[in-house]
Design a protein. Sequence first.
Length: 667
Amino acid sequence: MRAPEPELERPHVLGPSDLQRIEILELRPQVDGGRYPIKRIVGDRLEVEVDLVLDGHDVVRGVLLDRAAGATAWTETPLVALGNDTWCATIALPALGHHAYTALAWVDAFATWRRGLDRKLEIHAEVTSELLDGAALVREALARGGHAALHEAAELLESQDTPLVQRIALATSERLAEAIARVPDRTLATRYPHELEVLVERPRAACSAWYELFPRSTRADGKHGTLRDAEARLDYIAELGFDIVYLPPIHPIGHAFRKGPDNRPDAGPNDPGSPWAVGAAEGGHTSVHPQLGTLADFDHFVAQAVGRGLEVALDIAFQASPDHPWVKTHPSWFLHRADGTIQYAENPPKKYQDVYPFDFASADWQALWCALRDVFLFWAEHGVRTFRVDNPHTKPLAFWEWCLREVRARYPDAIFLAEAFTRPKLMGVLAKHGFSQSYTYFTWRTTKHELEQYASELRATADYLRPNFWPTTPDIFPDHLVHGGRPAFVQRAVLAATLAASYGIYGPSYELCEAQSRPGVEELARNEKYQIRTWDLLRPESLRHVLARLNQIRRAHPALQQNATLVFHPTDNDLVIAYSKRAGRDTILVVVNLDPHHVHRAWLTLDLEELGVDAEHTYQAHDLLGGARYSWRGSRNFVELDPASSPAHVFALHGFVRSEHHFEYFL
């Protein structure tokens, strides 16, 4: 049998687009060729660069086109040449939502003609013919809708009776150039083939301090706490200076296969179970656990939090207890084994018999996706605009891209934190699909080299991934805190709060320096996920005052409210790390002793250019944690850090500081 003839490539049919002379090579910033939005904060100004390449030497013109969410018309901002075929423009981002931008460029025939005329005039060449060419260009502009005065201008340029000097004056006038520029010839303009997006979010998406609280552990007598009991903690959390109080799932908890203390499979009759085993006879993802209170109690809790300058974040866990109402009403939404039973969640050797995962590709998948989207919408209607999403990496990426965009279409101020301790590239793709912030591997990065390398990696993803640093979580308690004592807790809190613009703690466990781990598992003993705890908030070893001071410093210093200017500075001791952030005149230098057991000394070699400090003058390093002030000069400076008293310095630098054009002294 003879092989089929290869299909011949169809010849290209020439068309008007073949006459477009400008190629738009790239717009920056963009993520993966424009496949995903970049991220910015409302009120930011977005600077866009674009490469425009043209054959020959004609004059290029271009505009950046942008369109806010919900708008139908494009706004044009002229592109400004930076040299070497690179152009730029800056646009405002005044509204939340998905803001589109692209570019348009064309050859400016009139400007090209005008430039040639100027050059001939410089050498006193004959320009009569050039003036006639200019008149033709003016008439073309008139035909495109230019002002009627252009007719008179064309006649004057063509007139042999008008003195040459008068015709040249008109041809080279700014008035004529501006009139032509108002009706540019874009017949053969090149448009960038993609409409890029920037996801514009509110400031807390980029900078926030989170406090995780289990409402059921807010009573002093060991009984199950309520949302009303939890309200009594709000003043305490506000005094600590946190922005967000984050609640684990508040829904009814299933009884089937309920887990006992420390994840034992044999729960007793009074064991409360894991809040992540969502759903019981009392309801599912849009219900409140009866022992916590009612939906009205939740609304009251949200209002009380807002009144204290806090907002409530709710944990959204898309999984179900075997007792969840959906198991009976929508059995097709779950994975079934060959024997007809529903498959429970597993991560061998771990088994979660109390949890059923959803089947996102079931026969009824569209109804499932809509129901899960509506969970977000339900709680948004009850005042929640910030969501911590449990294990998003185990759900389809396409679902998150669709769902988060759907929620933002109704609530553009919604913020989503991805709890995805998974492969770095998968974490990145989740961020690209719309998650505002991401948990990170900070918890396990302990050495100077690891911290510097990891923070530098995160800077490279700044256009789409915003890190949120947590020293611990209810699921994770690292070994360095088991053995490091109170100094280790202080050290890690300082690193989390200053390396990243967003950070969180699991309280009150963290500020009370709880350090007893469960043997063989990277978790705390007597884990609050499975049992009710009582907490003495006034214990003398509490870090409450340290955390309050850290959050005061973060709020007072814009340098710590962003990640873009993070710079590491060399030290001659690998157990001492130094880094800085700068915003305008605000410069913060952080130095941390990474050894919680021993005093360490180090010489810092500071990059004064990055710090904006004048090498010729003395400047002051004010330790915002301890209160001491040091007078420094030059790049080499000495520090000594005792973990028992001062494991870290957070310096504000004052003195002769470099501004844009000169040095200024300020305090």
